[in-house]
Design a protein. Structure first.
Length: 242
């Protein structure tokens, strides 16, 4: 019998519950296309977040930073110290340090007005990409840009700004080439240490001893005494201040 009373009580409570309606606010009633605009913004946000690593590789100084730091590690002769995660993290924070004014300008002129509803999505995209195009144009190699412009399917008129699809690969190639140039200069002191150690070992008749094993402590001591990490990081950052 107690179960009967519980069942009747549930039915009694279900009556008012069925009379209630569920309403979902999909935007203001007077704003036509408000839902569509929100969907487009959400889609763009998800797309940007998913492509964030690629964007960091394409339109920032990250390729230059990580390439120089990787060459430095190889020049010292330590393959796993610092580990790859630490090298990438250091390159990311140096990239943010250099690109922070560009990020701020892109936010102030593009993303912030879009969130406030002052400009359209197309205008926001143009205003957001503008600071990055200005940054890349100042660093791109003219010969590389001219080569890509010449072989591009769409010709660029004389005096016209290069298309974004041409500017990005030209900028990446220029940054990688510049990183190899800096890497060559970084490699020279450690190469000299290796040659000196190899010559000393050969003169002592110790040809069976690997020169790399003997020279590694001297290279580490040289790099530490010279405060190498601070010098390298400072030189990489100052290179973008000019």
């Amino acid at each position: 019998m107690p179960f009967v009373f519980i069942f009747v009580g549930v039915l009694a409570l279900a009556g008012p519950a069925e009379a209630q309606s569920i309403s979902i606010d999909m935007g203001s009633a007077g704003g036509e296309g408000a839902l569509s605009a929100r969907i487009i913004q959400l889609f763009l946000l998800v797309t940007v977040l998913s492509l964030a690593p690629g964007i960091a590789m394409m339109v920032t100084c990250f390729p230059f930073m990580v390439t120089v730091l990787s060459i430095l590690r190889q020049a010292i002769g330590v393959q796993q110290a610092p580990p790859n995660m630490l090298i990438v993290s250091l390159a990311l924070f140096l990239t943010y340090f250099v690109m922070q004014p560009v990020f701020s300008k892109a936010w102030d002129t593009g993303l912030s007005p879009l969130m406030n509803g002052d400009i359209t999505e197309i205008q926001a995209m143009e205003n957001t990409l503008g600071p990055f195009e200005e940054f890349m144009s100042a660093r791109v190699d003219e010969d590389t840009l001219a080569m890509l412009t010449e072989i591009a399917p769409e010709r660029t008129e004389p005096g016209e700004a290069p298309a974004f699809s041409i500017l990005v690969p030209a900028f990446m190639l220029s940054e990688i080439a510049r990183a190899f140039e800096i890497g060559f200069l970084v490699f020279l002191p450690f190469l000299i240490i290796d040659m000196v150690v190899a010559s000393i070992l050969m003169s002592m008749g110790m040809m069976m001893v690997p020169p790399v094993v003997v020279s590694l402590p001297f290279k580490l001591a040289f790099f530490v005494l010279a405060d190498g990490w601070s010098l390298i990081a400072g030189a990489l950052v100052r290179g973008y201040a000019t």
